[in-house]
Write a protein that binds this ligand. Structure first.
Ligand code: NAI
Ligand code: MG
Length: 365
């Protein structure tokens, strides 16, 4: 049956970058016989304006039944004074929570044409393509007990790192599945030397690994991992780690490659009846109110998020690679949105010109 896609452009530059993704989707339908059953809907401030809530029950129900959700960005100054219960980001949180998206995928991918843009040496990042899987729904950000208490006449701040076996198992399984679609190499990071949750993490990941004999599994302490990530990131392919370490490691890894306008992400949940994981794909960036409405936004992060959907939700790895190569080609030709231009004098292209160039590169592929 035709794969289904729920598109939620959201606010600010969200609709601008999503319009370019729609051009790409149309291209696949017209040229590769790859059609999607697409539903467009509202999220964030746009949904609040229309319905008084940042995500309607109807949209939530639709998100639960489609093969993948593609989201632009939510938020903006117009909504900053709204009550917390209806703030735009609550729409996003509701999607993540009700779809139970426990695995957050953050690739660090460096297009050769942008290798000079990184703060690291060119040979360290050129051609880099790794994936960090961060556990997103448990760990120290959620564990109980938590709070600030008074003890011996002073205040004590408490958070608890807590992982159940099943929480570790499911994120490990998602990571092994990813590794199978990539280069069959997985590195698990924790602090088993000083943390009980780390000991259990290592045990459970090792156990799940027995179901994936083709994946080379390694373990690293997260602090050493942080160092290795900066020293020689190409030694990794897929990294799986907990919520806290993943927060830090994925932000650091993202900056190996440069602009926020280039960074896609995915959040995956449990496999559905058709075997596909519940999934939401979105750029890492927000709604960028400072440039919204000016045609300046870089659509590549959102387009790369769609490429991830092709690869991880729709089993279209070759078509995902085709799209990534088209982007690489356009960048190699020197086409740049403003965020990718360091030097003075060069002329940036607009959001829609960047989309058109990528479509033209697809035509030539
Ligand atoms: P932001 O990511 O929207 O912008 C940070 C800076 O990066 C800005 O200078 C912006 O112009 C630039 N930038 C971001 N994406 C870009 C792109 N595609 N092309 C070119 N430049 C780009 O983060 P900020 O400013 O902290 O937040 C703005 C709004 O977005 C807030 O309302 C915030 O709550 C929301 N937000 C939403 C997220 C989401 O929907 N997942 C994530 C982060 C923030
Ligand atoms: Mg963070």
């Amino acid at each position: 049956s035709t794969p289904s896609l729920l598109i939620l452009p959201g606010d600010g530059i969200g609709p601008e970058v999503m319009a370019e993704v729609v051009k790409i989707i149309d291209w696949y339908g017209e040229n590769r016989g790859l059609t999607f059953d697409v539903t467009m809907d509202l999220v964030g401030g746009a949904a609040y304006d229309a319905h008084g809530v940042p995500l309607s029950d109807e949209t939530m129900a639709k998100a639960q039944e489609v093969d993948a959700v593609l989201l632009g960005a939510v938020g903006g100054p117009k909504y900053d004074t709204l009550d917390f219960s209806v703030k735009p980001e609550r729409g996003l949180l509701r999607l993540r929570k009700e779809m139970d998206l426990f695995a957050n995928l953050r690739p660090a991918q460096c297009f050769d044409a942008l290798a000079d843009f990184s703060s690291l040496k060119k040979d360290v990042v050129a051609g880099l393509d790794i994936m960090i899987v961060r556990e997103l729904t448990s760990g120290i950000y959620f564990g109980e007990p938590r709070g600030i208490i008074t003890e011996n006449n002073e205040r004590v701040g408490i958070n608890t790192q807590r992982y159940t076996e099943s929480e570790i198992e499911r994120v490990a399984r998602s990571s092994f599945e990813l590794a199978m679609r990539r280069n069959r190499k997985l590195c698990s990071m924790e602090k088993a030397n000083v943390m009980e949750s780390g000991i259990l993490w290592r045990e459970v990941v090792t156990e799940v690994g027995k179901d994936y004999p083709d994946v080379a599994l390694s373990h690293m302490y997260a602090d050493a991992g942080a160092m290795q990530l900066c020293r020689w990131p190409k030694q990794f392919d897929v990294i799986v780690t907990d919520n806290l370490f993943g927060d830090l490691l994925s932000d650091a890894a993202a900056m190996l490659t440069g602009s926020l306008g280039m960074l896609p992400s995915a959040s995956l949940g449990a496999p559905m009846a058709n075997g596909r994981p519940k999934a939401m794909y979105e750029p890492v960036h927000g709604s960028a109110p400072d440039i919204a409405g000016q045609g300046k936004a870089n659509p590549i992060a959102c387009i790369l998020s769609f490429a991830m959907a092709l690869r991880y939700s729709f089993d279209e790895g070759e078509e995902a690679t085709r799209l990534e190569k088209a982007i690489e080609k356009v960048l190699a030709d020197g086409v740049r949105t403003a965020d990718l231009l360091g030097e003075e004098g060069a002329t940036p292209v607009s959001t829609s010109e960047m989309g058109d160039k990528i479509v033209a590169a697809l035509d030539a592929s």
